[in-house]
Design a protein around this ligand. Sequence first.
Ligand code: PLP
Length: 400
Amino acid sequence: MDLTAARLARISPSQTIAISTKARELKAAGKDIISLSAGEPDFDTPDSIKKAAIRAIEAGETKYTDVAGTPALRRAIAERFRADNGLDYTWDEVIVANGGKQIIYNAMVATINPGDEAIIPAPCWVSYPDIVALAEGTPVIVPCSVENGFKLQPAELEAAITPRTKWLLLNSPNNPTGAAYSFEEMRGLCDVLLRHPDVWILTDDIYNKLVYDGFRAPTVVEVEPRLRERIVTMNGVSKAYAMTGWRIGYSAAPVQMTRAMNKLQGQSTSGPGSVSQAAAVEALTGPQDFIGTMVSTYQARRDLVVGMLNEAKGLHCPVPEGAFYVFPSLVGCLGKTSAGGTLIDTDEAFVTALLDEEGVAAVHGSAFMFAGHFRISYATDTASLKEACLRIQRFCAALR
Ligand code: PLP
């Protein structure tokens, strides 16, 4: 008898984790590697947040919490949604999970029946299609063109909706492109959604504080409050507060939806770590100025990376509105051969040769359901970014 269940065959391991692991192994073997493959801030968690965690440990806050999270944290989250987005949610409409990832998992597994469809605009975060597949749903990938700034157009959404559509998974700012919807762009999508009352929307806003040039990334319920009864607004502390390892994500959604997620979480992980929850209360209620400093740094790095990549032969790099990624096209490099003799026939061949020959780890676009591109995370120090971009320029210049 097979060890693994059929459901495991439906999913593949995360390719971003696979590349980051390979880069780490090469580094450990003494190779000079610059890793731009991980989606994680290089900033440390602010001291005030760490201290709150230490205080919680000393105060004995080391026991199980409510499955949905401590009332203090759920209240802090509802308050932050109100302050940041003008959203009106009560604390019992909020649930806390082990990262934003578990919120998505909970929402999909709690609601999808076999054959239900989830519309996923691509490029998309690697985990969406796999989570939907694990829930026995059908991911419906809708490619969004470079010309449209990698953003889903209302007509494309309309065309993708069928009687089986259960979910639309929206992510703004987006991983891997950094593209974010303006109020007007979001308005167009909301008009379509108003016409389809059976479609639920999960909006992944995990990067919504990391936006540049004064851009503001609105969330769906803010743009169209009439959709409130079928929206799960997801966010978390991982990216904006540099807290990836603390594993705290959360959502606001109608009570019936939050209860369904709570039921599932109660029979899987229970509530997230009590100490992490105490730290998250401090993150959400304490001083927020740290974020502004981080955003200015990211913006300067974004400008540096976009400028240098656009000087590389065969690459074209759009300017993203947010997150900490760029997603350049490498179409101009396809069909050529690298200095090390590798035929660059796919985006995966490009990133593999780049890692082998120049020691720069990036992620191929196909991992995000969008071939012909690659993703670079600029959540790393400026000197490394400069050196990595010089290496990429050299790699591209050597293609024949
Ligand atoms: N959503 C997107 C688009 C992400 O890029 C990530 C992390 O990379 C997550 C969700 C998950 O974040 P968390 O660390 O809170 O699970």
